[in-house]
Design a protein. Structure first.
Length: 113
């Protein structure tokens, strides 16, 4: 019986070893998805940081910085939407980024123009 268990464990070990190799074939297909999700997360984070700085710039009356951050917010929104064009599941993030860009444009126009 012990030999049967060992044989089953060895067989299972071989099958498990075969699965990662099979996964490696699928890996390159999965990696772009992970890469775009990572990029999207980084862009979202940068967008949030720029929005925080934008609010501070407006509060302090630093319109030059507010204009610069408005432009960066909108550039980040464009990049997020570019990802969403290729990955429709990111469409909601594009919509949110567009709203943030529009809001930044309106706020800087109201307070600096």
């Amino acid at each position: 019986q012990a030999e049967d268990v060992e044989a089953a464990e060895e067989s299972g070990g071989q099958e498990e070893a075969a699965e990662p190799m099979g996964g490696a074939v699928e890996g390159p297909e999965a990696q772009p998805m992970v890469a775009w999700q990572q990029e999207l997360a980084e862009l979202d984070q940068a967008l949030g940081e720029d929005e925080a700085g934008f609010g501070e710039a407006l509060s302090s009356g630093d319109c030059d910085l507010a204009y610069e951050l408005r432009d960066r917010i909108c550039e980040l929104a464009e990049r997020i939407c570019g990802i969403a064009e290729e990955h429709p599941e990111a469409a909601a993030r594009c919509d949110d980024a567009d709203v943030r860009c529009s809001r930044a444009r309106e706020r800087v126009a109201d307070e600096c123009d």
